[in-house]
Ligand binder design. Structure first.
Ligand SMILES: *Cc1c(COP(=O)(O)O)cnc(C)c1O
Length: 353
């Protein structure tokens, strides 16, 4: 009963995750999961963890996973923080690095968890509108702030900001932390991890949920200056010392180490995306340029909500956002397998005819 709630709970506006329907035989293109399973080496590592050692706590600092991430990016383990999905890494980042007197800046159209963390932690924020073409204009961020955060590529637009623009932002903004949420960077962008040694205010956050096919395992990480990592560790060790269990630590390390499988599945998703965009354009959709494993598309003659509902009647689930109204005409469609995308295009052709 709500009279037992802490006062703060009444004021919360929680994040609403994309639906995970229990129905079978759905073409599920709504939450940007990878259509391909994880690396066989991950499954092998998970099986090896199903052992008597589960009675013991996992490594609280996740050294093996940190080392695997550090090896992949050519950084040191002291520059790496690991967490229970990047949502947890983001949550700790908001409290540890982005709560200041000046407002945190982020785009008006972006990952909808950011305003939720601001609400949870009482962080002042200012949302800066994307341009007409749904791009981030870096010059808008040249103003006093308590921090800056955005995804690159942005979500749910899929649009990529060039690394040179991020560097220009870092050069102009040295007194507060700049967080780049690279959940989708492996599907067509250049990572800002290349800049962490030169910019101590830069934190880059990644997830294994998308490009490593491990949304079910809950592993994310951040890369940045050891001072930023220490702030995250202080929050983590004030909240949960063991956020990653033995499976997550072993499976995560195996996923990051299997570079060949990662390269192969990312390339397959990118190739499918190219076909999907061409097919959607042939049906009259306007598709924003995507560097992610999803596309953001609108049809000039049909509403986003209506198209989403009609696809659903045909057991195809895509994501639709009512707010802000500027994006209400759009569908956010995850890039699935070639067969799933063909089913989507066939259904849309039928709906439009
Ligand atoms: C999917 C996503 C995340 C969350 O990833 P998890 O690691 O599964 O928590 C974070 N940021 C953005 C922009 C995402 O799209």
């Amino acid at each position: 009963m709500s009279r037992y709630w802490s006062p703060v709970v009444h004021e919360l506006t929680p994040y609403v995750p994309g639906e995970q329907p229990k129905l079978a035989n759905l073409v599920k293109l709504n939450t940007n999961e990878n259509p391909y399973g994880p690396s066989p080496k991950v499954l092998e590592a998970l099986r090896a963890e199903a052992a008597d050692t589960l009675r013991l706590y996992p490594d609280p600092s996740g050294e093996k996973l940190k080392q695997a991430v550090a090896d992949f990016y050519g950084v040191t383990p002291r520059q790496v923080f690991v967490g229970n999905g990047s949502d947890e890494v983001l949550g700790h980042t908001f409290l540890a690095l982005l709560k200041h007197d000046l407002p945190l800046l982020f785009p008006d159209i972006t990952y909808s968890f950011y305003p939720v963390y601001c609400g949870l932690y009482g962080i002042a924020s200012r949302q800066l509108p994307l341009t007409e073409s749904f791009e981030i204009c870096v010059d808008d961020y040249f103003q006093p702030n308590g921090g800056i955060i955005f995804p690159n590529p942005n979500a749910p637009t899929g649009r990529l900001l060039a690394l040179g623009e991020i560097e220009r932002l870092l050069q102009a903004n040295r007194d507060s932390v700049v967080v780049i949420d690279e959940a989708y960077i492996d599907f067509g962008g250049e990572s800002a991890v290349a800049l962490v040694d030169r910019y101590p205010q830069l934190l880059v956050i990644h997830t294994l949920s998308k490009s490593r096919s491990l949304a079910g395992l809950r592993v994310g990480y951040a890369i940045g200056h050891p001072d930023l990592i220490e702030a995250l560790d202080r929050v983590k060790d004030s909240f949960n010392s063991y956020p990653l269990d033995r499976f997550a630590l072993a499976g995560g390390a195996a996923a990051v180490a299997d570079r060949a499988y990662f390269a192969e599945t990312c390339a397959k998703v990118i190739a499918t995306r190219t076909h999907l965009v061409a097919d959607l354009e042939a049906l009259g959709f306007e598709v924003l340029p995507s560097a992610a494993n999803f596309v953001f598309a609108r049809h000039p003659a049909h509403e986003g909500a209506a198209l989403t509902a009609k696809l659903r009647e045909r057991s195809i689930i895509v994501r639709h956002f009512k707010n802000p109204v500027r994006i209400a005409p759009f569908l956010r469609i995850t890039v699935g397998t070639d067969a799933q995308c063909a089913a989507l295009v066939a259904a849309l052709r039928e709906i439009l005819s």
